[in-house]
Design a protein around this ligand. Sequence first.
Ligand SMILES: C[S@@+](CC[C@H](N)C(=O)[O-])C[C@H]1O[C@@H](n2cnc3c(N)ncnc32)[C@H](O)[C@@H]1O
Length: 264
Amino acid sequence: MELSEVFAHSQYLRFKQKSVSVEGWFSDMSAALFDAFMSFQKARGTGGDFLEIGIAYGKAALMLAAHGAPGDVVRLVDCSEAQVTGTTALVQGTTQSRVEGIFGFSEALPHDLFPSRATRFMHIDGDHGRWALHNDLDIAHRTLGADGMVALDDFLAPQFIGVTIGAIEWMTRNPEAFEMVLVGFNKAYLVRPRVAMDYYVFIRDMLPGFFRSLDLHDFTFSRTDVARACGTFGLTARQFDLDILTRERAMGLPEVLVEGKIVI
Ligand SMILES: C[S@@+](CC[C@H](N)C(=O)[O-])C[C@H]1O[C@@H](n2cnc3c(N)ncnc32)[C@H](O)[C@@H]1O
């Protein structure tokens, strides 16, 4: 697959126009990452619906909806009735997909509201607490399709430590459900282990070019552990003027094995 085949599906500029006056907690880098992963999915033929838990004014929901095609469903969950009503109407006006507002606390909703294995992109951005996280990952495990992706807001954020603890606990209890392929700019990105390698290759070989095509340059991907121990990419602001930072470069060592170093 060529970068041009992926970039052809980008909705970033359209999203920027539609969301310019919408308040929210969704950074340009997160928008670019969502856009890149959903464009990659489209290019590889991944189908399915979209789901967000915690929609507020609809900033991130507008990006999900921008990738929706006729026949897809964008499900928007929030515990604020006013936000469900207002945001659902706003987002529906921007997409050919059907937008379904679901009012309630996500931990109180019956899980069969969410069709089994039918979602291609899900954003968890609701309660931000440890036990609610367990519930929201249960929903993700039920509804995510084989090639889908879950974005988890505030992973590693000091303000919401329960998110990080809850996610690691859940993943330890359910080791075959998801693999974390990327952490950066305030979110973690999870996929089914069977497709994790495809996403890793996309991140390594195409995401830097995708960002540059969007005129975003302030980034470095890190892969600082042995891939079999922890293949997850980190993503930060620019470091060492490198697109991909290895452990050796991060520690100021040459890119060769140092004598006496035991690699485990
Ligand atoms: C940080 S905001 C979401 C930001 C939004 N995704 C964006 O792109 O700007 C969190 C939202 O989650 C909602 N919320 C909080 N706890 C929730 C819960 N347990 N279930 C569903 N929604 C919840 C809040 O009402 C609020 O609208």
